[in-house]
Design a protein around this ligand. Structure first.
Ligand SMILES: [Zn+2]
Ligand SMILES: [Zn+2]
Length: 446
């Protein structure tokens, strides 16, 4: 695990071993005897007591140290703060405590010039990531730096947290970052020189889930990296066949989270969650078609099918969407009050390819009465008693279910890693030495 704590070297000091094992009483007693120990550091890495407590998730010890006015931003040899170590090791309790104590979220280490946000994204601790983002919204960082700038903060090699999350196969972090304004097409290169986009790095890491999230957010399959390669070629090179299939520019385009929805000032969270789920389900269907008959079978996303069927069997005919007569009405247009299903709402607002010249000019209108859509909310079932129950079912547990299966498929996608490129890419993969030559055509030799 990265530049972890070289604990063997700390054994010389009873204090540090007591901290690692979480022996609060011993630590307390030692500090009573010699208060200067709070400033003691390990010999080589110069980890302070606070670093060790944070990295090991020893929240009681950490709190005690903070109460003794230890500087929460004390740094080790690599200029890492305790906050970075908490984010690295996913110690959410310690991380929150440090933030409460005023720890600075805008510190850079000296290894890669990374912040605690980079650490959380890289190691895939989505709870820590979320906590740091929440802190950024309410802290002086938002004022001095701007929140959007913080979310897209670059490390020493030009990588924003989104790049790291995509590269390290952390779909949940990818999603949270996108939701918080991470730039989906940002390149690691700066000022006009090309670099890798998050999509290139997802292709490199071979995460189908990250690839799907990024595509749904409008990531460009045709953007080139410093070597002139599109993400498809990166996936092929690293033998991530399933990712390559999705990234192949000739494959069906995924639905993209519709930019016109940004014009609807009040998109309530539940409605947004429903629409997102409908979008991801639609994309999974497309993936199935893309991967059908290839060596890559997707872990069956049974949740969506069974979920929808349940709804239909429970619903009376009157609740069916009047546009498709297929799904249940779950979205209500306001102010007019017309209802339709999430799929049709998406179809109304979605553009397969975001078109910057058109997409932004025409906010969507209600298909029934052509009035402007002021807001979208989750449709309420008006006539029966169990309305709350229905809405609850649509709102939360299914979402959890969807999230769960998303995790599941993320595990599943790792099994693609070991597969070699096979039949669907016979032409590319089977060419043997010719393949190298083909690849070199893309490489920009300096
Ligand atoms: Zn419909
Ligand atoms: Zn209407």
């Amino acid at each position: 695990m990265g530049q972890g704590l070289s604990c063997a070297t700390t054994q010389e000091h009873g204090l540090f071993s007591a901290m690692q094992s979480g022996d609060l009483d011993t630590v307390k007693a030692m500090l009573e005897r010699d208060p200067s120990l709070t400033h003691q550091t390990t010999a080589y890495d110069r980890q302070s007591a606070l670093h060790i407590a944070a990295a090991n998730g020893r929240i009681e010890i950490l709190s005690m140290l903070l109460e003794r006015s230890v500087n929460p931003d004390v740094v080790n040899r690599h200029k890492q703060t305790p906050l970075m170590l908490a984010a690295m090791h996913g110690k959410i309790g310690c991380l929150k405590k440090l933030i409460e104590a005023g720890a600075n979220i805008l510190k850079f280490d000296s290894l890669n010039r990374r912040t605690c946000l980079h650490y959380a994204a890289y190691y895939g601790h989505s709870d820590c990531l979320q906590a740091v983002l929440s802190a950024a919204q309410s802290s002086p960082v938002a004022v001095s730096w701007g929140y959007a700038r913080f979310v897209n903060i670059r490390d020493g090699r030009g990588a924003a947290p989104l790049h790291l999350a995509a590269r390290q196969r952390r779909p949940q972090c990818v999603r949270i970052l996108l939701d918080n304004g991470a730039l989906v097409c940002a390149s690691t290169g700066g000022y006009g020189c090309p670099g890798s986009t998050p999509l290139h790095l997802a292709a490199r890491g071979g995460s189908l889930d990250c690839t799907r999230e990024l595509l749904a957010w409008g990531a460009d399959r045709l953007q080139r990296d410093a070597s002139g390669r599109i993400p498809y070629l990166v996936a092929l090179k690293h033998k991530h066949g399933a990712c390559a299939a999705l990234l192949n520019p000739s494959s069906a385009e995924p639905l993209v989270w519709p930019s016109p929805l940004k014009f609807i000032s009040e998109l309530n969270q539940e409605a947004k969650a429903l629409l997102e789920r409908a979008l991801m389900d639609a994309n999974r269907e497309r993936e199935k078609n893309i991967l059908k008959g290839t060596a890559y079978s997707l872990p069956s996303p049974s949740h969506s099918d069974t979920g929808a069927d349940d709804n239909i069997s429970e619903a009376s005919d009157t609740e069916l969407c009047c546009i498709c007569f297929e799904h249940v009405c779950t979205i209500e247009v306001q102010d007019c009050g017309h209802q339709m299903c999430a799929q049709c709402t998406l179809a109304l607002c979605c553009h397969n390819k975001p078109n910057p010249t058109i997409a932004c000019l025409n906010p969507p209108v209600c298909p029934f009465c052509r009035s402007a859509i002021v807001r979208l909310v989750v449709a309420k079932v008006k006539d029966c008693d169990d309305a709350d129950q229905d809405i609850g079912e649509i709102g939360s547990p299914k979402m959890r279910k969807a999230r769960k299966s998303r995790n599941f498929s993320s595990e599943g996608s790792s099994s693609f890693k070991g597969l070699s490129v096979m039949s669907p890419f016979g032409k590319m993969g089977g060419r043997g030495s010719g393949r190298m030559a083909a690849e070199n055509e893309w490489v920009d030799k300096p």
